[in-house]
Design a protein. Sequence first.
Length: 374
Amino acid sequence: MDISAPVTRPPDLYGRPRIDSFMQKLAAFSDNAVTRLARRSTPPRRPPTPEEPVIRELVVAAKHQEAEDVVSLRLAAPDGASDGSSDGGMLPPWQPGAHIELHLPSGRKRQYSLCGDPADRHRYRIAVRRIANGGGGSAEVHDALGEGMRVAVTGPRNAFPFAAEASVLLIAGGIGITPILPMAREAVRRGLDWRLVHTGRSRGSMPFAAELAELAAAAPGRVSIRPDDESGAPEAADLLSVSPAAGAVYCCGPAPMIDGVRRAFGDSRASALHFERFAPAPITDGRPFELQLGDTGRVLPVPHDRSALDVLHEALPDVPFSCRQGFCGTCRVRVAHGHVDHRDRRLTTTERAAGAMLPCVSRAPEGERLVLEV
């Protein structure tokens, strides 16, 4: 077809070379009628609203001692808790690296990595280490939650997704094995080139030893267990030395271990680093500022090396919190006046503009005073 040729109108119903006026009016009437009908039948469009987290009630189907000061909980839907066979007990799916938020009877909320089998749609498994000087959440799980008790849960969510690169090194420190164990099983299932290193104070303190032994037996040479009291605390460069060439590294554990791996990563042969902390990162670039508690006039100084949440929690012990890393949103407060240096990974631009702040990570410029609605 010659696209440069002039376009001519076809003759109308009567063979005339011009548009028939009657048909033109009829088409216009039809178009207007359809438009009016569409306007009546189509509901007005509303701006999207943030998805509210779904809270579901689960039952503690089993509780086991996994290591010194570590217990695991298997959580199931109440109508499927007895044998896990009820279709009504199906739980939302999850992928390695995901976590749930546990709503404890006291009102505390704590986040724990899922460490079971993603193929098991009837039960979630989490593991909790007792923290002697913590905020009380771990002690409550150990001492107050028993088999048969019901507990509210939100999630799963995933802030530490496993991308399943062709070659991976999985590094876990202590209880940091919880998100790493499902990743190792996924690596086996996908036939990846993988290695796993689990470190800890002693064998007795390292959870899931039996499961890791089974994994090691099925994949000789790929699993390394390194208790500090047997081989000494490992250097980060030593841990990274077993990474496959151009492999991705997934690391979870205590903050010093993660910081060491991050510093040594540049000299390793690995190609990417993914990590998740179980404790907030140290504040390295903070500046002192102040919090004012509403109209009370009470002013709380926030030093350069402490978070606003730490200071706020000392003054108001009932202030809720969970992840302490700026992604769960539990500690949200509203700022009535003052400029916030937002450092979270949760709030939208609209929420920030409305005054929302996550004091676990966000701060203010030096000398600034934030007036909170409390």
